[in-house]
Write a protein that binds this ligand. Sequence first.
Ligand code: AMP
Ligand code: GLY
Length: 423
Amino acid sequence: MRVLLIGSGGREHALAAALIEDPQLEALHVAPGNPGIAQIAICHQIDTYNNDAVVTLAAQLDIDLVVIGPEKPLVNGLADALAKAKIACFGPSQAAAQLEGSKDFAKQVMRDAGVPTAKSFTCINQAEIESALDAFTRDGIPYVVKHDGLAAGKGVVVTTDRAEALAHALLSPRVVIEEYLDGPEVSLFGISDGKNIVAMQPAQDFKRAYDGDLGLNTGGMGAYSPLPWAPVDIVEQTLRTVLQPTIAEMNARNTPFVGLLYAGLALTSQGIRVIEFNARFGDPETEVLLPRLKTPLAQLLYRAATHGLEGTTLEWSEDAAVTVVLASEGYPESPQLGEPITGVDRSHIIEDTYIFHAGTTMRDGILHSSGGRVLTVTGMGKDLAAARSKAYEVISGITLRGSHYRKDIALTASQSASQSGEK
Ligand code: AMP
Ligand code: GLY
């Protein structure tokens, strides 16, 4: 099988690393890729927001399957352009990607599908915003204000400060204001062929910049899987109450969802609630899930892209995985880019670790930082404690001036797991 992967981040590096392990893979091409991906695949510097350019490249390379990593090309209709050219694609159509592209649309789908989520109002003017904020005013409970469209992680404000909530709401022509959900967050991904959906294992992502969940929201500073503390039936429950009804509803609307349905969940005292949907693999959860997945990935995604998932089950490694993100100085407020990076080749001498490139570039043969999140280091081990120590051993050997990473990824989970004697 000949695969073209679209994207350039840590998620795409993890996808590429898993795809090349599939014995049926004949060639892996990536557009645009990054210096880490370039070590394992052939990269093509094209504009991935130009759908015609991607279709032309896929045709030239005689591609059997296109895998779309990031949300922007999805919302830009790349899957539709590939469908027209009769090229199999893992990634939803523009219409189905609205599950991520519009918070209001996602709420409507959940309402019609009976999927449990926070109560919400969609508001288009100040009077509506004020009355929605009034409806959710309770002592000490934060307001949750979300811009309707894609906002690269910057569209959501959770605050007890009403003035801040109002100011954030007024920045966007359409906002969703919703009930605050209390409880731990879990990311659970389903792979769908439009009709059937197969759930992956749960992961947890750390969104705040600094240890102890302090600092601003980021694109994600680390992740781990499995979750020893999660209810044993979380996958089965999420499939039944969230993933399957959503896929059925999208089908009923004649906009079947083919690709990865990412459910961001809150495990509240009242049960599972959906915080958000994304229409693609999550980052950095992918960097822990794919190293644990034993099922050959190219074949799996091809079956999803060609309506062939029925009866598929996934096979997982018993090992735990922990990933830690190395971020540039000043990330997320004002990342300092263009600094040299050393120590990355050490990965080759430590077993069961991976270094995924996220924001790097090669300049004069030397690796430099080029994004806020620079590298993602994954460690695997028999339990979370072992996986953590691998990841931290590798990341502590990497030098990038002014960079920072969280020291507490999977820390609490690994401690409680070792106390209860479980993984
Ligand atoms: P989203 O982009 O919708 O995932 O929101 C970003 C982050 O804001 C989530 O990961 C949560 O930590 C937080 N958040 C979003 N919605 C809620 C909610 N209804 N209650 C509590 N926290 C939320
Ligand atoms: N891990 C958060 C995201 O991918 O949106």
